[in-house]
Design a protein around this ligand. Structure first.
Ligand SMILES: C[S@@+](CC[C@H](N)C(=O)[O-])C[C@H]1O[C@@H](n2cnc3c(N)ncnc32)[C@H](O)[C@@H]1O
Length: 415
């Protein structure tokens, strides 16, 4: 069975159509496109598959790791076709191998960056798989009412394509748990008291400054606009109040600053710091899921800018938020959010960048990203990056939530 893995090591040059023929031969004769090096080793050692350590070095990992040097155009075409064939036979895009790397990490190691043909093909496969998975999940409730075996069949099909979780911890993944978890303000961070999970950290300062400017871009430029229309911006998720501090600094006194916050410890801090008494500030004390609906139901308030940065919510929550955004944003308003989607794995980050654009397009909105470098790693405390965002400092924080050397700052507007 190791012929498949051996083939993908490209021992012979040039890489011609013979490679593709052999690959098709192996796959069409039953070698799974997801057959991992770990499964092979277990087989050779007579072990059960569940005895491996959880890593999955797939054929695509082998291919990416062994990409030959200086390939010519013909070879590039053949290799791309080999990737297509592996995907056609169900290869997954997001497995993590024994070196804790995705296929994308190996491509980058071999000199094929995020704009290369091979990397883009991988991202494309990730986007299709995630959108398909969402469709299947949408139908699960319906399927539950049907026969059990039918449901199992569908779930099996999507297993290899499941997304790498954005977070892996209960407090970080379950909103109800998070909202009843005690929080602690440190000098440079807001963390969960027991787990020391970073909820907000001050390395995001530059991101928040940039985001505050985005929210106020159209209000501050609308001097000669319709004077009867109220000017409003909304920030969802107060945290350390960094973005709210910048909004206060940049807004003019005619612009109302709404803040929606649900956590009792954060609300207590906001009270203590006088946010409830600030002129022009309106605090919506509750979950955005409830508070925004109230505004929509009451009608009459529309926003020039809306920012979203909560904790423990996933992309499915953002999809729910999009419905509110289209009902609350003015025609030339700007929606933005803290873009940490997939921020612990570069490949996932690239995939989610595309998914957001596709989803927003479905709402008649265009998402534009500004690329900002994240600081070069330094000793000790956070370092100001080269004209970009500070290097995250994870000291005393349980788990880093952003590991990408750049940040895609989103600005979303109606087309
Ligand atoms: C990452 S922090 C926001 C940081 C903020 N952007 C800043 O500049 O400091 C996330 C905040 O969202 C709040 N939050 C979480 N879920 C929420 C929800 N459903 N509705 C409103 N606020 C929520 C959390 O309590 C927390 O204060």
């Amino acid at each position: 069975m190791s012929e498949l893995h051996d083939l993908l090591k490209f021992a012979e040059r040039p890489v011609g159509s013979g490679y593709l023929e052999k690959l098709r031969y192996y796959l069409s004769n039953g070698i799974p496109s997801t057959y991992t090096v770990e499964q092979l080793n277990n087989y050779l050692e007579g072990k059960e598959d569940d005895e491996c350590n959880g890593s999955n070095t797939t054929p695509l990992h082998v291919l990416a790791k062994h990409l030959p040097e200086n390939i010519n155009d013909e070879e590039e075409k053949v290799i791309l076709e080999m990737m297509n064939t592996l995907f056609e036979y169900g290869a997954g895009w997001n497995f993590i191998d024994a070196e804790d790397k995705t296929v994308g990490d190996h491509l980058i190691d071999r000199g094929y960056g995020i704009d290369s043909l091979f990397y883009r093909r991988l991202v494309e496969a990730g986007v299709s798989a995630e959108l398909l998975l969402r469709k299947v999940n949408e139908n699960i409730e319906f399927l539950e009412e049907q026969e059990d075996d039918e449901e199992e069949e569908v779930l099996e099909e999507v297993k290899p394509e499941q997304a790498v979780a954005v977070n892996s911890d209960a407090t970080a993944n379950e909103p109800e748990v998070f909202l009843s978890t005690e929080l602690e303000y440190r000098e440079n961070a807001l963390v969960t008291k027991d787990e020391q999970d970073g909820v907000m950290m001050d390395w995001e300062d530059e991101i928040m400054k940039m985001s505050a400017k985005s929210l106020l871009k159209t209000v501050n430029n609308s001097g000669d606009g319709d004077d009867n229309e109220s000017k409003n911006v909304l920030n969802i998720g107060f945290g350390m109040g960094i973005i709210d501090g910048y909004i206060e600094e940049y807004r003019d006194e005619d612009t109302k600053h709404y803040i929606c916050e649900a956590h009792p410890d954060v609300l207590a801090k906001m009270k203590e710091d006088g946010w409830f008494d600030k002129k022009g500030v309106v605090v919506l004390t509750g979950r955005w899921q409830d508070e925004l609906n109230k505004i929509i139901d009451e009608g009459g308030i529309y926003f020039d800018g809306i920012y979203y940065d909560t904790f423990s919510e996933g992309y499915e929550d953002m999809i729910e938020l999009y419905d509110n955004i289209v009902g609350l944003l003015k025609p030339d308003g700007i929606f933005s959010f803290f873009n940490g989607l997939g921020g612990d794995r570069q490949l996932c980050y690239e995939v989610y960048k595309e998914i957001v654009s596709i989803d927003m397009k479905n709402y008649g909105m265009r998402c534009e990203y500004r690329v900002v470098p994240v600081g070069i790693k330094s000793e000790g405390n956070g370092d100001k990056g080269k004209g970009g965002i500070e290097e995250p400092n994870w000291q005393d924080i349980k788990r880093s939530y952003y590991n990408i050397p750049y940040y895609y700052h989103p600005e979303i507007q109606f087309m």
